[in-house]
Write a protein that binds this ligand. Structure first.
Ligand code: PLP
Length: 371
């Protein structure tokens, strides 16, 4: 099908609306090619890179207002590696995993191992959420702050289960875009290629004193843990502002720029207000539209950072996404395995609310002309 040519005056300044890897601020990319070029290609065991790691750790502590005793740790392999690391070194006997989309499901799958009891998996249909329930014998309660595959976000509230049980939150797409109280979590982990506007390859985790104690106890227990997936190793190296093996230097550089930008703009509260402004524009548009409805029925579950919009049978959402793409507006397709007649739009902090309003004009224009 021929695509609709969009008039220039309604185009967003930046056409990247994907949920990850997501838009990186052009100024940060320019800085990478400028001052960053003195850093790339230099040793990660020398002061310039270690100082950068230290700065990123300090900025994350500041952004998330870390309470005394919490630490920022990091390692290689992104959030997917963190799931395996958690199965080896954070879950003592059994986890409870809330699953209401792909990413929660992937952690639940990683928690099925020969050395752990089968996880207590609590499933809810895509587009809805569910809450943790204290269960005897569960020592890790795990769920995503924002389920990127469906656009559902959940409140972060500590689970008062067995003594010492940990609340472990996947914040890969939420971190730095949704305000919350880190006191309510023991582990808040993420990779920086989504709301944090950097590139992939690393994971970061904010860990409470109870989580640190757990990591150290399991590491000392004699359980087999591969070196690359050892949280104890990550903890020890992070305290020295380094990683076990070579980190992605460009990812660290771009993350530092993004954190500096968010902090100097007003921090987490400011970022939260900005993502809510962008997402509200889309939800209000969908609610008022004849053909569109927010996929997430309960307004309280609707994510401020990932907006999913269903279309009725009169609209071919895939054709809309394809037509937008031909105009340089990319990655509005839904999560591939969800299989819905849907657009999924990131409203991360890097994305300008004005660009979201322009995108809405582009969608309207396309809908009128695709017929
Ligand atoms: C993207 C994503 C992941 C996977 O992150 P990787 O760094 O690619 O492993 C995990 N959880 C959530 C919520 C995500 O959005």
């Amino acid at each position: 099908m021929a695509h609709v040519l969009l008039p220039r005056e309604i185009l967003p300044a930046d056409g990247r609306f994907g949920c990850g890897p997501s838009k990186i601020a052009p100024a940060h990319l320019q800085a990478l090619a400028g001052p960053g070029s003195a850093l790339l290609g230099t040793s990660h065991r020398q002061a310039p890179v270690k100082d950068l790691v230290g700065q990123v750790r300090a900025e994350l502590s500041q952004l998330f207002r870390l309470p005394h005793g919490y630490e920022v740790i990091l390692g290689n392999g992104g959030s997917t590696a963190f799931w395996d690391a958690a199965a080896f070194g954070l879950i003592e006997k059994r986890s409870q995993n809330l699953v209401f989309g792909e990413f929660g499901g992937k952690f639940a799958a990683a928690a099925k191992t020969p050395w752990l009891e089968a996880p207590d998996v609590r499933k809810a249909d895509p587009g809805t959420s569910t809450v943790a329930e204290a269960v005897e014998g569960v020592d890790v309660y795990a769920w995503p702050h924002n389920e990127t595959s469906t656009g559902v976000s959940t409140p972060i509230t500590r689970v008062n289960g067995d003594e010492g049980a940990l609340t472990v939150i996947d914040a890969t797409s939420a971190a730095g875009g949704i305000d919350f109280s880190v006191h309510q979590a023991d582990v808040y982990y993420f990779a920086p290629q989504k709301n944090l506007g950097s590139d992939g390859g690393l994971w970061f985790a904010l860990v409470s004193p109870a989580a640190i104690e757990r990591i150290e106890r399991i590491a000392a227990s004699g359980r087999y843990i591969p070196e690359f997936l050892s949280l104890k190793n990550a903890l020890d190296n992070s305290r020295l502002n380094q990683t076990l093996n070579t980190p992605a230097l460009a990812t660290l550089f771009l993350l530092d720029k993004q954190l500096d930008w968010i902090l100097s703009s007003g921090g987490l509260q400011w970022a939260d207000a900005r993502t809510r402004e962008s997402s509200r524009a889309l939800y209000e548009w969908a609610e008022a539209s004849e053909f569109a409805t927010p996929f997430v029925a309960d307004a309280a579950d609707r994510s401020p950072v990932v907006v999913t919009i269903d279309f009725d049978a009169s609209v071919d959402a895939a054709a809309v996404a394809k037509s937008l793409r031909a105009n340089g507006i990319v990655d509005t397709e839904p999560y591939r395995k969800l299989g819905r007649n849907q657009l999924r739009i990131a409203t991360f902090v890097s994305i300008d609310p004005d660009d979201v309003r322009q995108l809405i004009r582009c969608i309207d224009y396309t809908l009128e002309r695709l017929g």
